[in-house]
Design a protein around this ligand. Structure first.
Ligand code: ATP
Length: 331
Protein backbone atom coordinates (compact mmCIF):
# COMPACT_ATOMS: atom_id res chain seq x y z
CA UNK A 1 0.00 0.00 0.00
CA UNK A 2 1.50 3.29 -1.13
CA UNK A 3 0.18 6.76 -0.32
CA UNK A 4 1.27 10.03 -1.85
CA UNK A 5 0.87 12.73 0.82
CA UNK A 6 0.26 16.25 -0.48
CA UNK A 7 -0.39 18.48 2.53
CA UNK A 8 -0.64 21.73 0.51
CA UNK A 9 -1.10 25.10 2.23
CA UNK A 10 -2.49 26.47 5.50
CA UNK A 11 -4.17 23.92 7.73
CA UNK A 12 -3.46 21.22 5.12
CA UNK A 13 0.08 21.27 6.60
CA UNK A 14 -1.40 20.41 10.00
CA UNK A 15 -4.33 18.06 9.49
CA UNK A 16 -2.82 15.87 6.76
CA UNK A 17 0.47 14.93 8.49
CA UNK A 18 -1.44 14.23 11.72
CA UNK A 19 -4.09 12.08 10.04
CA UNK A 20 -1.45 10.20 8.05
CA UNK A 21 0.53 9.63 11.27
CA UNK A 22 -2.52 7.81 12.68
CA UNK A 23 -2.71 5.56 9.63
CA UNK A 24 1.04 4.87 9.55
CA UNK A 25 1.29 4.00 13.23
CA UNK A 26 -1.79 1.79 13.00
CA UNK A 27 -0.98 0.12 9.66
CA UNK A 28 2.84 -0.09 9.46
CA UNK A 29 2.67 -1.70 5.98
CA UNK A 30 1.67 1.69 4.60
CA UNK A 31 4.42 3.31 2.58
CA UNK A 32 4.11 7.12 2.42
CA UNK A 33 5.75 9.51 -0.01
CA UNK A 34 5.41 13.26 0.54
CA UNK A 35 5.02 15.67 -2.38
CA UNK A 36 4.51 19.41 -2.85
CA UNK A 37 1.66 21.39 -4.39
CA UNK A 38 -0.13 24.65 -3.82
CA UNK A 39 0.44 28.36 -3.52
CA UNK A 40 3.63 28.14 -1.42
CA UNK A 41 5.02 25.66 -3.92
CA UNK A 42 4.09 27.99 -6.79
CA UNK A 43 5.85 30.91 -5.13
CA UNK A 44 8.98 28.82 -4.57
CA UNK A 45 9.13 26.93 -7.86
CA UNK A 46 6.80 28.68 -10.33
CA UNK A 47 4.63 25.55 -10.50
CA UNK A 48 1.55 24.83 -8.38
CA UNK A 49 1.64 21.13 -9.27
CA UNK A 50 5.24 20.11 -10.06
CA UNK A 51 5.80 17.23 -12.48
CA UNK A 52 7.52 15.26 -9.66
CA UNK A 53 4.32 15.46 -7.60
CA UNK A 54 2.24 14.18 -10.48
CA UNK A 55 4.70 11.32 -11.01
CA UNK A 56 4.60 10.41 -7.30
CA UNK A 57 0.78 10.46 -7.30
CA UNK A 58 0.66 8.17 -10.36
CA UNK A 59 3.25 5.85 -8.90
CA UNK A 60 1.40 5.48 -5.58
CA UNK A 61 -2.10 5.23 -7.08
CA UNK A 62 -3.51 6.70 -3.85
CA UNK A 63 -3.22 10.29 -2.74
CA UNK A 64 -4.30 12.41 0.20
CA UNK A 65 -4.55 16.06 -0.78
CA UNK A 66 -4.93 18.60 2.05
CA UNK A 67 -5.87 22.09 0.94
CA UNK A 68 -4.41 24.87 -1.13
CA UNK A 69 -4.74 28.63 -0.92
CA UNK A 70 -5.67 30.28 -4.17
CA UNK A 71 -4.94 33.95 -4.81
CA UNK A 72 -8.07 36.13 -4.97
CA UNK A 73 -6.73 37.79 -8.14
CA UNK A 74 -5.59 36.19 -11.42
CA UNK A 75 -1.89 35.26 -11.26
CA UNK A 76 -0.26 34.41 -14.61
CA UNK A 77 0.70 30.72 -14.72
CA UNK A 78 -1.20 29.75 -11.55
CA UNK A 79 -3.90 27.11 -11.90
CA UNK A 80 -5.64 25.26 -9.09
CA UNK A 81 -3.50 22.17 -8.45
CA UNK A 82 -6.40 20.02 -7.21
CA UNK A 83 -8.42 20.63 -10.38
CA UNK A 84 -5.29 19.79 -12.43
CA UNK A 85 -4.57 16.71 -10.32
CA UNK A 86 -8.12 15.32 -10.59
CA UNK A 87 -7.96 15.78 -14.35
CA UNK A 88 -4.44 14.38 -14.78
CA UNK A 89 -5.29 11.26 -12.76
CA UNK A 90 -8.64 10.81 -14.51
CA UNK A 91 -10.67 11.02 -11.31
CA UNK A 92 -14.10 11.22 -12.87
CA UNK A 93 -16.28 11.06 -9.76
CA UNK A 94 -16.22 12.96 -6.48
CA UNK A 95 -17.86 11.17 -3.56
CA UNK A 96 -19.07 13.30 -0.65
CA UNK A 97 -20.87 11.54 2.17
CA UNK A 98 -22.80 13.43 4.84
CA UNK A 99 -23.39 11.57 8.07
CA UNK A 100 -24.83 12.73 11.40
CA UNK A 101 -21.69 12.56 13.54
CA UNK A 102 -21.93 12.77 17.32
CA UNK A 103 -20.79 15.92 19.12
CA UNK A 104 -20.79 18.07 15.97
CA UNK A 105 -24.17 19.76 16.18
CA UNK A 106 -25.19 17.66 13.17
CA UNK A 107 -28.81 17.17 12.11
CA UNK A 108 -30.10 13.78 13.38
CA UNK A 109 -30.55 10.86 11.01
CA UNK A 110 -28.66 12.12 7.94
CA UNK A 111 -26.80 9.49 5.92
CA UNK A 112 -26.46 10.54 2.31
CA UNK A 113 -23.86 10.16 -0.41
CA UNK A 114 -23.47 12.82 -3.06
CA UNK A 115 -21.77 11.65 -6.26
CA UNK A 116 -20.56 14.56 -8.33
CA UNK A 117 -19.29 14.47 -11.92
CA UNK A 118 -15.73 15.75 -11.71
CA UNK A 119 -14.40 16.54 -15.17
CA UNK A 120 -16.69 18.76 -17.19
CA UNK A 121 -19.74 21.08 -17.03
CA UNK A 122 -18.83 24.76 -16.46
CA UNK A 123 -15.51 23.69 -14.91
CA UNK A 124 -13.78 23.16 -18.26
CA UNK A 125 -12.65 26.79 -18.02
CA UNK A 126 -13.76 27.85 -21.52
CA UNK A 127 -14.75 31.45 -20.88
CA UNK A 128 -14.48 34.53 -23.01
CA UNK A 129 -15.38 38.17 -22.70
CA UNK A 130 -15.22 41.29 -24.86
CA UNK A 131 -15.77 43.46 -21.81
CA UNK A 132 -19.48 43.79 -22.46
CA UNK A 133 -20.55 40.19 -22.80
CA UNK A 134 -18.93 37.26 -21.01
CA UNK A 135 -19.68 33.68 -22.01
CA UNK A 136 -18.81 30.35 -20.38
CA UNK A 137 -19.20 26.97 -22.06
CA UNK A 138 -21.09 24.27 -20.19
CA UNK A 139 -20.00 20.94 -21.67
CA UNK A 140 -21.81 17.70 -20.89
CA UNK A 141 -20.80 14.51 -22.68
CA UNK A 142 -22.48 11.14 -22.91
CA UNK A 143 -19.30 9.32 -21.91
CA UNK A 144 -18.63 11.34 -18.73
CA UNK A 145 -22.30 11.33 -17.73
CA UNK A 146 -22.58 7.55 -18.13
CA UNK A 147 -19.27 6.96 -16.34
CA UNK A 148 -20.27 8.92 -13.24
CA UNK A 149 -23.74 7.37 -13.26
CA UNK A 150 -22.19 3.90 -13.42
CA UNK A 151 -20.03 4.77 -10.40
CA UNK A 152 -23.04 6.14 -8.47
CA UNK A 153 -25.25 3.11 -9.10
CA UNK A 154 -22.45 0.61 -8.48
CA UNK A 155 -21.65 2.27 -5.14
CA UNK A 156 -25.34 2.46 -4.23
CA UNK A 157 -25.69 -1.26 -4.95
CA UNK A 158 -22.50 -2.17 -3.07
CA UNK A 159 -23.56 -0.15 -0.01
CA UNK A 160 -27.13 -1.48 0.01
CA UNK A 161 -28.57 1.96 -0.60
CA UNK A 162 -32.13 2.16 -1.89
CA UNK A 163 -32.55 5.29 -3.98
CA UNK A 164 -30.63 7.54 -6.36
CA UNK A 165 -31.89 11.07 -6.98
CA UNK A 166 -30.71 12.58 -10.28
CA UNK A 167 -30.32 16.36 -9.95
CA UNK A 168 -30.52 18.60 -13.03
CA UNK A 169 -32.15 21.68 -14.53
CA UNK A 170 -33.33 20.10 -17.78
CA UNK A 171 -36.38 22.33 -17.96
CA UNK A 172 -34.04 25.26 -18.71
CA UNK A 173 -31.12 23.34 -20.29
CA UNK A 174 -32.78 20.42 -22.08
CA UNK A 175 -29.74 19.56 -24.21
CA UNK A 176 -26.96 19.62 -21.59
CA UNK A 177 -28.76 18.71 -18.37
CA UNK A 178 -31.21 16.61 -20.39
CA UNK A 179 -28.31 14.50 -21.66
CA UNK A 180 -26.96 14.05 -18.13
CA UNK A 181 -30.40 12.99 -16.88
CA UNK A 182 -31.01 10.61 -19.80
CA UNK A 183 -27.61 8.92 -19.38
CA UNK A 184 -28.31 8.42 -15.67
CA UNK A 185 -31.70 6.91 -16.50
CA UNK A 186 -30.11 4.52 -19.03
CA UNK A 187 -27.57 3.32 -16.46
CA UNK A 188 -30.31 3.00 -13.81
CA UNK A 189 -32.07 0.41 -15.94
CA UNK A 190 -29.38 -2.14 -15.01
CA UNK A 191 -30.18 -1.66 -11.29
CA UNK A 192 -33.85 -2.59 -10.84
CA UNK A 193 -33.35 -2.99 -7.07
CA UNK A 194 -32.53 0.72 -6.71
CA UNK A 195 -35.33 3.28 -6.95
CA UNK A 196 -34.62 6.33 -9.10
CA UNK A 197 -36.11 9.77 -8.98
CA UNK A 198 -35.09 13.13 -10.37
CA UNK A 199 -35.26 16.64 -9.01
CA UNK A 200 -34.60 20.12 -10.34
CA UNK A 201 -31.55 21.55 -8.60
CA UNK A 202 -33.48 24.40 -6.98
CA UNK A 203 -36.04 21.98 -5.55
CA UNK A 204 -33.20 19.71 -4.42
CA UNK A 205 -31.57 22.62 -2.54
CA UNK A 206 -34.83 23.42 -0.75
CA UNK A 207 -35.55 19.76 0.09
CA UNK A 208 -31.99 19.27 1.29
CA UNK A 209 -32.23 22.30 3.57
CA UNK A 210 -35.60 21.15 4.93
CA UNK A 211 -35.24 17.36 5.14
CA UNK A 212 -31.68 16.14 4.47
CA UNK A 213 -32.78 12.77 5.91
CA UNK A 214 -35.00 12.27 2.84
CA UNK A 215 -31.98 11.72 0.54
CA UNK A 216 -30.00 8.55 0.01
CA UNK A 217 -27.70 8.94 -3.03
CA UNK A 218 -27.64 12.20 -4.99
CA UNK A 219 -26.15 12.10 -8.50
CA UNK A 220 -25.31 15.53 -9.90
CA UNK A 221 -23.32 17.27 -12.63
CA UNK A 222 -20.20 19.13 -11.50
CA UNK A 223 -21.53 22.59 -10.56
CA UNK A 224 -24.75 21.52 -8.84
CA UNK A 225 -22.81 18.80 -7.03
CA UNK A 226 -20.29 21.33 -5.74
CA UNK A 227 -22.98 23.60 -4.32
CA UNK A 228 -25.26 20.92 -2.92
CA UNK A 229 -22.41 19.06 -1.25
CA UNK A 230 -21.35 22.15 0.72
CA UNK A 231 -24.97 22.63 1.75
CA UNK A 232 -25.16 18.99 2.80
CA UNK A 233 -21.91 19.37 4.78
CA UNK A 234 -23.64 21.89 7.04
CA UNK A 235 -25.92 19.09 8.32
CA UNK A 236 -23.05 16.73 9.07
CA UNK A 237 -21.19 19.06 11.42
CA UNK A 238 -19.56 21.54 9.05
CA UNK A 239 -16.40 21.81 7.00
CA UNK A 240 -14.07 20.50 9.70
CA UNK A 241 -15.61 17.03 9.40
CA UNK A 242 -16.60 16.90 5.69
CA UNK A 243 -14.70 14.16 3.84
CA UNK A 244 -14.47 13.34 0.15
CA UNK A 245 -12.88 10.92 -2.27
CA UNK A 246 -12.10 11.44 -5.95
CA UNK A 247 -12.30 8.16 -7.82
CA UNK A 248 -10.69 7.17 -11.10
CA UNK A 249 -9.77 3.87 -12.73
CA UNK A 250 -7.50 2.23 -10.15
CA UNK A 251 -6.55 5.60 -8.65
CA UNK A 252 -8.07 7.76 -5.92
CA UNK A 253 -7.53 11.05 -4.15
CA UNK A 254 -8.75 11.47 -0.57
CA UNK A 255 -9.56 15.13 -0.10
CA UNK A 256 -10.96 16.89 2.97
CA UNK A 257 -13.58 19.31 1.62
CA UNK A 258 -12.32 22.37 3.53
CA UNK A 259 -9.85 24.94 2.26
CA UNK A 260 -6.61 26.22 3.76
CA UNK A 261 -8.38 28.25 6.51
CA UNK A 262 -5.72 30.96 6.87
CA UNK A 263 -7.60 32.38 9.90
CA UNK A 264 -6.60 29.42 12.08
CA UNK A 265 -3.52 28.08 10.25
CA UNK A 266 -0.34 27.60 12.26
CA UNK A 267 -2.07 27.25 15.63
CA UNK A 268 -2.38 23.45 15.75
CA UNK A 269 -6.13 23.57 16.35
CA UNK A 270 -7.55 22.61 12.93
CA UNK A 271 -10.01 19.75 12.93
CA UNK A 272 -8.41 16.55 11.54
CA UNK A 273 -11.74 14.65 11.27
CA UNK A 274 -12.29 15.52 7.58
CA UNK A 275 -8.83 14.14 6.74
CA UNK A 276 -9.26 11.03 8.90
CA UNK A 277 -12.65 10.24 7.34
CA UNK A 278 -11.27 10.88 3.84
CA UNK A 279 -8.55 8.30 4.59
CA UNK A 280 -11.28 5.90 5.75
CA UNK A 281 -12.92 6.34 2.33
CA UNK A 282 -9.59 5.49 0.69
CA UNK A 283 -9.35 2.34 2.82
CA UNK A 284 -12.85 1.24 1.86
CA UNK A 285 -13.12 2.23 -1.80
CA UNK A 286 -9.56 2.10 -3.11
CA UNK A 287 -7.67 -0.41 -1.01
CA UNK A 288 -10.76 -2.61 -0.50
CA UNK A 289 -10.23 -2.71 3.28
CA UNK A 290 -13.80 -2.16 4.53
CA UNK A 291 -13.09 -3.56 7.97
CA UNK A 292 -10.22 -1.15 8.62
CA UNK A 293 -12.31 1.70 7.18
CA UNK A 294 -15.12 0.89 9.60
CA UNK A 295 -12.65 0.68 12.50
CA UNK A 296 -11.20 4.10 11.71
CA UNK A 297 -14.68 5.62 11.36
CA UNK A 298 -15.77 4.05 14.63
CA UNK A 299 -12.68 5.38 16.44
CA UNK A 300 -13.36 8.93 15.18
CA UNK A 301 -17.04 8.70 16.18
CA UNK A 302 -16.11 7.31 19.59
CA UNK A 303 -13.76 10.24 20.29
CA UNK A 304 -16.40 12.78 19.18
CA UNK A 305 -19.07 11.05 21.26
CA UNK A 306 -16.77 11.26 24.28
CA UNK A 307 -16.75 15.03 23.85
CA UNK A 308 -13.28 15.35 22.38
CA UNK A 309 -13.35 18.14 19.79
CA UNK A 310 -11.30 20.92 18.25
CA UNK A 311 -12.43 24.55 18.79
CA UNK A 312 -14.49 24.71 15.56
CA UNK A 313 -16.83 22.19 17.23
CA UNK A 314 -16.74 24.01 20.56
CA UNK A 315 -14.02 21.85 22.11
CA UNK A 316 -10.48 22.51 23.36
CA UNK A 317 -8.54 19.67 21.74
CA UNK A 318 -5.56 20.29 19.50
CA UNK A 319 -5.19 18.59 16.12
CA UNK A 320 -2.47 16.31 17.52
CA UNK A 321 -4.37 15.45 20.72
CA UNK A 322 -7.45 14.43 18.74
CA UNK A 323 -5.32 12.19 16.51
CA UNK A 324 -3.58 10.68 19.57
CA UNK A 325 -7.01 9.77 20.97
CA UNK A 326 -8.10 8.16 17.69
CA UNK A 327 -4.87 6.16 17.56
CA UNK A 328 -5.28 5.02 21.17
CA UNK A 329 -8.79 3.83 20.31
CA UNK A 330 -7.52 1.90 17.27
CA UNK A 331 -4.81 0.04 19.20
P1 ATP B 1 -9.54 28.84 1.08
O1 ATP B 1 -9.29 30.26 0.68
O2 ATP B 1 -8.32 28.00 0.99
O3 ATP B 1 -10.75 28.21 0.44
P2 ATP B 1 -11.13 29.50 3.37
O4 ATP B 1 -10.72 29.84 4.76
O5 ATP B 1 -11.74 30.56 2.55
O6 ATP B 1 -9.85 28.88 2.65
P3 ATP B 1 -12.26 27.04 4.25
O7 ATP B 1 -10.95 26.74 4.83
O8 ATP B 1 -12.85 25.99 3.42
O9 ATP B 1 -12.19 28.33 3.38
O10 ATP B 1 -13.29 27.28 5.42
C1 ATP B 1 -13.85 28.46 5.92
C2 ATP B 1 -13.67 28.54 7.44
O11 ATP B 1 -14.14 27.35 8.09
C3 ATP B 1 -12.23 28.65 7.82
O12 ATP B 1 -11.81 29.99 7.76
C4 ATP B 1 -12.18 28.06 9.21
O13 ATP B 1 -12.50 29.04 10.17
C5 ATP B 1 -13.26 27.00 9.16
N1 ATP B 1 -12.67 25.67 8.89
C6 ATP B 1 -12.57 25.03 7.72
N2 ATP B 1 -11.97 23.85 7.85
C7 ATP B 1 -11.66 23.72 9.16
C8 ATP B 1 -11.02 22.71 9.94
N3 ATP B 1 -10.54 21.55 9.39
N4 ATP B 1 -10.87 22.92 11.26
C9 ATP B 1 -11.34 24.04 11.83
N5 ATP B 1 -11.96 25.02 11.17
C10 ATP B 1 -12.11 24.88 9.84
Amino acid sequence: MKLCVIAGDGIGQEVVPQAVRVLQQWLPALDCVTADAGWDTFQRTGQALPEATLAAARDCGAVIFGAVSSPAYPVPGYRSPIVQLRRALGCHANLRPTLSLPGCGAREGVDLLLVRENTEDLYIGEEQSDGETATAIKRITRSASRRVAETAFALAAADGRRRVTIVHKANIMPLTDGLFRDCAREVAAAYPQIAVDEMLVDTAALRLAQVPQAFDVILAPNLYGDILSDLAAAFGGGLGVAASLNLGAGIAIAEPVHGSAPDIAGRGIANPVASLLSLAMLLRRHWALPQQAAQLEAAVKHCLAEGLATPDLGGRSSTAAFCDAVLARLR
